[in-house]
Write a protein that binds this ligand. Structure first.
Ligand code: C2O
Ligand code: CU
Length: 425
């Protein structure tokens, strides 16, 4: 719904879920059933996408449009073993970028048994939605022509809807769970005086903490980190410059928020082992080659009527995902999570479940993608929202039987499809 909210110190009229920006955090446990009645009070169609969750594509359906004034019940069981941090946002093709920029996004926390690890229970947990926004006359700034190429970034970089908030931290161990819910802004996060201890990626916990000085978070991506506060005092969370290829960005570190620590905990223990993850073998029935180019995937713009790839339920496919051109593109797939096997030939240092990864110019990332749990038709796309709207999206159909005939649709290097079907300018 359209609502007035206080954002970055000013009043603004945004698109909201339940009048809140960002939307309310949905907390649920593995195995529980979520039943959500969704009413569209916008003047245009919208829908909900549960980004990263392992849900039947018939429920988390990117082809569905809910007309203005109508309601729909979204109902599904959160699978066992799927604890992690996810998020929800609209997904109507052609309207995604505008609706997301205008405020429609919220976090979903799925709790599971590993969250009861004593070290994690001792940590002070905060969910942090990173989202940028520009306002004109108290409303989200309309897209400019260049935004449809570069992806739209907002001048205000907000932490849970607030500009440079101060967070009082009262425990010596902090668990920060970041969601990048921005249309196109990449974050390279640094905390003054402290390393990050990464404990989880898009798809939940990793086996043991991995230390980083800086953490890159591309649109759509999540990170779960621990911070052991070294001493009392104030520490700024900074967004440091990152070049995403030809797009002008910040040139100086930009403060996002301040942590005010009232206790220190150099003696606090980090967990040694969090979970045991399955390691996917790279041997597979199907290897596919996917190439992202400006507004095209494998040379074609999105067509919701066309099935681009057909897979078989139960297969573990290997995808070689590459990118041409000179801009970063975050690859994202619905329903099925994957493990990165290698990047540009370099094996991935640890096992992690992901649904969103950055493709830098000329990268080739090899991933293992198990098509498990649900058959059906869904999408993968670039998570720069403007790029998705302009056609950097493709359809994957997973078929239940092994008998189904064609493995892949014939493709004929069609040309003349470089323009979006609709003019968004
Ligand atoms: Cu977060 Cu298909 O999207
Ligand atoms: Cu892109």
């Amino acid at each position: 719904m359209l609502a007035w909210v206080r954002v970055g110190g000013v009043q603004a009229q945004l698109l909201t879920y339940n009048g809140l920006f960002p939307g309310p955090v949905i907390r649920i446990r593995e195995g529980e059933r979520l039943r959500l009645r969704f009413t569209n009070r916008l003047q245009e169609p919208t829908n909900l996408h549960f980004h990263g969750m392992h849900i039947d594509p018939a429920v988390d359906n990117p082809f569905l449009e809910i007309p203005p004034g109508e309601s729909l019940v979204y109902e599904f069981v959160v699978p066992e073993g799927s604890a992690g941090l996810f998020w929800y946002h609209p997904h109507v093709h052609g309207l995604l970028a505008r609706q997301l920029f205008a405020g429609l996004a919220g976090a979903i926390v799925v709790e599971g048994p590993a969250d009861a690890t004593p070290e994690l229970r001792a940590a002070e947990e905060h969910v942090i939605v990173l989202k940028d926004l520009s306002l004109r006359d108290g409303r989200p700034e309309p897209h400019k022509a260049t935004d449809w190429a570069d992806g739209k970034e907002g001048e205000m970089v907000l932490v849970n809807g607030r500009a440079q908030p101060v967070l009082d931290v009262t425990r010596p161990l902090l668990r920060l769970r970041f969601v990048n819910a921005s249309n196109a802004r990449f974050y390279k996060l640094k905390l003054e005086g402290h390393p990050w201890h990464l404990i989880g990626t898009d798809g939940g916990l990793i086996e043991k903490p991995v230390a980083y000085d800086e953490l890159i978070l591309v649109p759509g991506e999540r990170a779960d980190v621990l911070v052991r506060l070294e001493r009392q005092g104030e520490f700024r969370l900074l967004n440091v410059p990152y070049s995403r290829g030809g797009v002008p960005g910040i040139t100086e570190p930009q403060p996002l928020m301040t942590l005010r620590a009232t206790t220190a905990g150099r003696a606090v223990k980090l967990p040694e082992r969090l979970v045991t993850l399955e390691r996917l073998a790279s041997a597979s029935a199907v290897t596919r080659s996917i190439t992202f180019g400006m507004f095209l995937i494998n040379g074609l713009p999105f067509d919701p009527q066309r099935v681009d790839f057909i897979g078989q339920l139960g297969d573990v496919e290997v995808w070689e995902i590459g990118s041409v051109g000179d801009m970063d593109h975050p690859f994202h797939i619905h329903t099925y999570s994957f493990q990165v096997l290698s990047r540009n030939g370099v094996p991935e240092p640890f096992v992690a479940w992901r649904d969103t990864i950055d493709l830098r110019p000329r990268d080739v990332v090899r991933v293992a993608l198990p098509l498990r749990g649900f058959a059906g038709r869904t999408v993968f796309h670039c998570h720069i929202a403007e790029h998705a709207d302009r056609g950097m999206m493709a359809v994957l159909e997973v078929r239940p039987g092994r008998q189904a005939t064609p493995i892949e649709q014939p493709r004929n290097g069609q040309s003349g499809h470089g323009q979006p079907k609709e003019d968004h300018r």
